[in-house]
Design a protein around this ligand. Structure first.
Ligand SMILES: NC(=O)c1ccc[n+]([C@@H]2O[C@H](COP(=O)([O-])OP(=O)(O)OC[C@H]3O[C@@H](n4cnc5c(N)ncnc54)[C@H](O)[C@@H]3O)[C@@H](O)[C@H]2O)c1
Length: 421
């Protein structure tokens, strides 16, 4: 059942996995059912490690990832259906693991604007719960936390110019290299604040309590196993809409530019970060596709037209709060420290995601025109989608569906009595 890790990343794995070869305890991935978590889990499982996934399955669609991980890797993967807000549970789990990837989060700016308190409880308080659990151990496992470029705010001080279908900074330094970690923090949106607070706690726990921990401030990650929707995961969302023959709503003029990073490259960066944890602990790194992998929303539509055979229909709406006209990560600091650089270019990555979606996608869980079986207007659908995800945050419907379909096979929950002691 176990697959071989793909060739491109073997060298990195060899060095990481041989260094940690003695530690047979599982790797903990919070939010491991999600897009990034599933890919990290797959890489460790493929190399023969065991993995504990800690997730409340609130993201619509992610139960498909769990099913796939279980089918591919069997009992090597354990699934804990639980909450980041449950400190006792976290303490129990963290005591059993060799390293921690913390991805579980309320991930959308839009949702954070509707329910800032839930956003804070999950992202900021949830991270603090995890840090406290790690701090309580004599040998704390190393932690990698994924923050966001949103901690740098709107970048309103950076003068922009239009260049065809894209914005770009007037300043050649930013144009050539992107934004470095030296930029002042300027949290925008409740999501920016909760993730920003969380990353500052992670950095301070590394400094004050000597926990081995580092932070990735990430721009747009895309790739296989991503259930992108209008609120998060725009590359996958655009591709899914195009495949469904549905129109895409662009907020703003579509000339916004991002550096996109293919998931395989991100997983390589995580492995290298763990390998270099000794020197890198306590630091934050900007991670993305960098200046070589930038694309505007309008340019992505052109690329989709090439891949899918027709240009998706587009509707325009007003700019969204905290949206940056241009964000590109300056990745030189992490590259210099570890030798990492992205290998998968935009065209290749988008084509690989398109092919995967074509082969694997079932109906989008938040198909904008059909919510809970009813056909509704696009605006109603947007509102309902957000409410739907908030309800799921409180009591995940996907969790019930998953348990109905699979019983407790391979999953343990706090109710089993094995956790939460
Ligand atoms: N994907 C990106 O482009 C991107 C960019 C910047 C930062 N990030 C960060 O990376 C991390 C992973 O992102 P992703 O794209 O894989 O998102 P995702 O939504 O696919 O995965 C997040 C997972 O966390 C789980 N979750 C949510 N709330 C939870 C809670 N209260 N308790 C337990 N589990 C919970 C969800 O069910 C989901 O499986 C997040 O922290 C996100 O903020 C992602």
């Amino acid at each position: 059942m176990r697959r071989k890790p793909n060739g491109a990343s073997l060298d990195i794995e060899k060095s990481l996995f041989s260094k940690n070869g003695d530690d047979k305890r599982p790797v903990l991935i919070t939010g491991g059912a999600g897009f990034i978590g599933t890919n990290v889990a797959d890489r460790f499982l493929s190399a023969g490690h065991s993995v504990i996934i800690y997730d409340n399955i609130s993201r619509p669609g992610v139960e498909q990832n769990l099913r796939w991980l279980q089918e591919t890797h069997g009992s090597q993967v354990q699934i804990v259906v639980a909450e980041m807000r449950d400190a006792a549970n976290l303490r129990y789990i963290v005591g059993q693991v060799s390293k921690v990837f913390h991805f579980a989060a309320q991930v959308a700016v839009t949702t954070s604007l509707i329910s800032p308190v839930d956003d804070f409880e999950i992202n900021a308080r949830g991270t603090l719960n995890l840090l406290e659990a790690i701090r309580s151990l004599r040998n704390p496992p190393p932690l990698i936390f994924t923050s966001t470029n949103k901690v740098y705010g709107h970048l309103a001080d950076v003068k922009m110019q239009e260049n065809g279908d894209r914005y770009e900074p007037v300043d050649a330094e930013f144009r050539n290299n992107g934004f470095s970690e030296k930029r002042a923090l300027d949290f925008h949106s409740p999501y920016g604040c909760s993730k920003g607070a969380a990353e500052q706690y992670v950095l301070d726990y590394a400094r004050t309590f000597k926990i081995p921990a580092l932070v990735f401030r990430m721009s747009c990650i895309y790739g296989l196993h991503q259930f992108g929707n209008e609120d998060q995961g725009w590359v996958a969302h655009f591709l899914i809409r195009a495949l469904e023959g549905n129109p895409i709503t662009i907020y703003g003029d579509g000339k916004q530019v991002r550096d996109i990073l293919f998931i395989e490259d991100l997983v390589n960066a995580f492995l290298l970060a763990h390998e270099h944890m000794g020197e890198l602990s306590g630091k934050a790194f900007n991670i993305g596709g960098g200046p070589d992998n930038t694309i505007s929303l309008l340019e992505l539509l052109d690329l989709i037209a090439e891949v899918n055979g027709e240009r998706p229909e587009v509707e325009f709406d007003t700019w969204r709060s905290a949206d940056q006209q241009y964000y590109v990560s300056d990745i030189r600091r992490f590259s210099a420290a570890t030798g990492w650089s992205p290998r998968v270019g935009v065209c290749e990555g988008v084509t690989r995601l398109y092919d995967w979606l074509l082969a694997n996608r079932t109906l989008s869980p938040l198909d904008a025109n059909r919510v809970d079986g009813k056909t509704v207007s696009l605006n109603e659908a947007k509102q309902l989608s957000i409410m739907h995800s908030l309800q799921q945050t409180r009591e995940p419907r996907s969790k019930r569906l998953w348990q109905e379909a699979h019983g407790n096979n391979g999953i343990f929950t706090p109710a089993d009595g094995r956790a939460g002691r």
